[in-house]
Design a protein around this ligand. Structure first.
Ligand code: PGA
Length: 252
């Protein structure tokens, strides 16, 4: 059975003090809620918080970064390497988020380089893909996601795929309050799994968690997570509220 995961992407929110408080509150809230131990819980705070938050949350909560450099080390002012993240206890890195793709020019090739470094440093990569509203309206959503998958992750081996989690995040649903319907999510997740099966075979595709992201909240999570190919969620705004995020975890 593939892993069920609920991940919180804090984006560029909270000061260090507020972030530590939020992490502690979430940890307590999850402990009180008797969440099934097999559910993977991940939080992705800003870089500056990672080392400190690692010290205050229990083992059950994994730590992710929201990005990393596409080079190993050296003269890349302002960048943070995968090796640096590993050294402070980070377990996973979100790569290819649509905000990175659209605001910071992360191309499919840059994304593949970053995933390479994440895997080389023995962390998991949470690979994001998804179409814009224009692409969906033009009927190109499957083709767009297919190209992102081919360029982003299909260069990796079947063994390496074990360390990659896919997050389908339609751009039109991110931060908009408009969620993909459960049918739309399942349709794309089923398609992504079919692509994985064609490329890597059934064992690999059946083992690969595919998360849905885009305006997931405590009200809509259960219906989305009930879909056969939706293995959990990548949650933005709603992950900043410990009680609400705990409800989303419980919905999984
Ligand atoms: P949202 O963000 O839940 O605020 O829509 C999701 C994401 O960007 O990962």
């Amino acid at each position: 059975m593939r892993k069920k995961i609920v991940a919180g992407n804090w984006k560029m929110n909270t000061t260090l003090e507020a972030g530590i408080k939020l992490a502690k509150e979430l940890d307590a809230s999850v402990a009180n809620a008797n969440v099934k131990p097999e559910i993977g819980i991940i939080i992705a705070p800003p870089f500056t918080h990672l080392a400190s938050i690692k010290q205050v949350v229990s083992e059950h909560i994994c730590l992710a970064a929201q990005n990393c450099a596409d080079h190993k080390s050296g003269a890349y002012t302002g960048e943070v390497s995968a090796e640096m993240l590993k050294a402070v206890g980070v377990n996973a890195v979100i790569i290819g988020h649509s905000e990175r793709r659209s605001y910071y020019g992360d191309t499919d090739q840059v994304i593949a380089s970053k995933i390479r470094l994440v895997l080389d440093n023995d962390m998991k990569a949470i690979f994001c893909c998804g179409e814009t509203l224009d692409e969906r309206n033009a009927g190109n959503h499957f083709a767009v996601v297919k190209t992102q998958m081919e360029n982003g992750i299909f260069g990796f081996t079947a063994d390496e795929l074990e360390k990659i989690v896919i997050a389908y995040e339609p751009v039109w649903a991110i931060g908009t309050g408009v969620t993909a319907s459960a049918e739309q999510a399942q349709e794309m997740h089923g398609y992504i799994r079919k692509l994985m099966t064609e490329k890597y075979g059934k064992d690999v595709s059946e083992a690969c968690p595919i998360l849905y992201g885009g305006s997931v909240n405590a009200k809509n999570a259960a219906e989305l997570f009930a879909q056969p190919d939706v293995d959990g969620g990548l949650v933005g705004g709603a992950s900043l509220d410990p009680a609400g995020f705990t409800e989303i975890i419980k919905a999984r």
